[in-house]
Design a protein around this ligand. Structure first.
Ligand code: FE2
Length: 425
């Protein structure tokens, strides 16, 4: 007797009429039209069953703090950093934990079951680090929360930056972060990349740096990051986040850079954050305004793993959002103009399988042997899922039903027309 059998599901790879069988929290069989006795049987009605959404780049210590202590009026990255600096001295661990747990509720409801969150290590008290380590423990039954030690004020620029980051890693933070473009000079930025990669290599940690989050075409820390990844043998363990300067770089230089990143032995993944890149970048431009997102289709074509992150939800940098990775994919495909069928599917991968690869998630996927964690979407395929930012009908974590949303339909009161619509042709 199976614990759970889902019948008549469509899968992201295009297969239809598929059954997914679950026993002891694991997928034991994925097969067309399988019928077997189960404690719970769910008819998917042809809707899409997807592995859970994964957010490979988030800031959970700042989330849901929008307006505290004031709103970022200019909307720039730098005013956001200033507002965060004003908020930091007043932060209390309990409030950070409360806000983070509320966000995790939203995430689960949206089928987002794995999140990599940066946590600011600039403050010597490491208050935010302790708070998010507590959140990680509390949400462990339903969200894989991975933490990155993130020296927001610059690991070299701020007093005690290296020591604070090392202590955060000692406490159990998983990944080494950085922010080279915020260091005092280009040379110090490069030195910070080298130093942080060496710390990660010594400790056997993954690396994920905010890298070139600027419109400056000369900000080229991604080059140093790819080089250090290769030099230190960190193959597959290094990630560059944002990389927005690549949008503005000279085309000739990029034609050299892309193979360099790919050649570093798939050592570097790139995370674009479409919602935040489109709002924060190009702020010094008049018209035309640059979009500021990194070169997503070109990186993918070069063989680099590219994922999309949410980055922020209701914090000093971004006042919108609800933990919906389909909204992220939707914005990503618009900004990157990835409107072909393949492009749209690539955007779906960017918030699922590619992001899982960044996080080194084990047991991720829709195959026998994987964790029984998945989302039933009110859409028939991945293109429709992104178009509709589809409703999450049911969300399972390790075979446990974790969230449900009723099917949505608008009731129409029109002459000679159907009584409802679900926005499907
Ligand atoms: Fe970020």
């Amino acid at each position: 007797m199976l614990d759970l059998l889902i019948k008549n599901a469509s899968l992201p790879d295009g297969r239809t009429h598929m059954s997914v069988a679950v026993q002891n929290g694991k997928i034991v069989n994925v097969q067309a039209s399988l019928d077997a006795p189960a404690h719970v049987t769910v008819d998917a009605n042809g809707y899409l069953l997807s592995p859970p959404f994964v957010d490979p780049h988030f800031h959970m210590d700042a989330t849901l703090s929008y307006g505290l202590p004031r709103v970022n009026e200019s909307g720039t990255l730098l005013e956001g950093i200033a507002v965060w600096g004003e908020l930091k001295p007043t932060l209390k661990a309990d409030a950070i934990i409360d806000r983070a747990l509320t966000y995790c509720d939203w995430a689960v409801a949206k089928g987002l079951l794995a999140i990599r969150s940066h946590v600011d290590t600039s403050d010597a008290s490491l208050l935010a680090v302790d708070a998010l380590l507590e959140v990680k423990k509390q949400v462990a039954p339903y969200i894989d929360l991975q933490l990155v030690a993130f020296p927001q004020d610059g690991v070299l620029r701020s007093k005690g930056g290296v020591d604070n980051l090392q202590r955060a890693l000692d406490k159990g933070v998983d990944v080494v972060g950085g922010i080279p473009h915020f260091e005092r000079t280009m040379a110090e930025g490069a030195a910070s990349v080298k130093l942080l990669c060496e710390i990660a290599a010594e400790r056997g940690k993954l690396v994920d740096m905010h890298c070139d989050e600027t419109d400056d075409p000369m900000s080229r820390h991604i080059e140093t990051l790819a080089f250090e990844a290769q030099r230190l043998g960190l193959q597959g363990r290094v990630n560059g986040s944002h990389c927005t300067s690549m949008h503005s770089m000279d085309n000739y230089y990029v034609s050299k850079l892309l193979p360099l990143i790919a050649e570093s032995g798939v050592s570097v993944s790139v995370i674009a954050n479409p919602l935040i890149n489109i709002t924060l970048q190009g702020r010094h431009d008049t018209y035309p305004k640059r979009r500021g997102m990194t070169r997503v289709p070109e990186l993918m074509a070069a063989g680099v793993n590219v994922a999309f992150g949410h980055d922020c939800v209701m914090d000093p940098w971004y006042g919108m959002g609800s933990g919906d990775m389909l909204e992220v994919a939707h914005m990503g495909l618009h900004v990157a103009q990835m409107t072909s069928q393949k492009g749209i599917r690539d955007c779906f991968d960017a918030v699922t399988v590619n992001a899982a690869k960044v996080m080194h998630l084990e047991g991720y996927g829709l195959e026998a042997g994987c964790d029984a964690s998945f989302v039933l979407l009110q859409a028939r395929d991945v293109v429709e899922a992104i178009r509709l930012r589809a409703n999450r009908l049911k969300v399972w974590k390790n075979g446990m039903l974790a969230a449900e949303t009723p099917e949505v339909a608008a009731n129409l009161r029109l002459p000679r027309r159907p009584s409802t619509t679900r926005f499907m042709t």
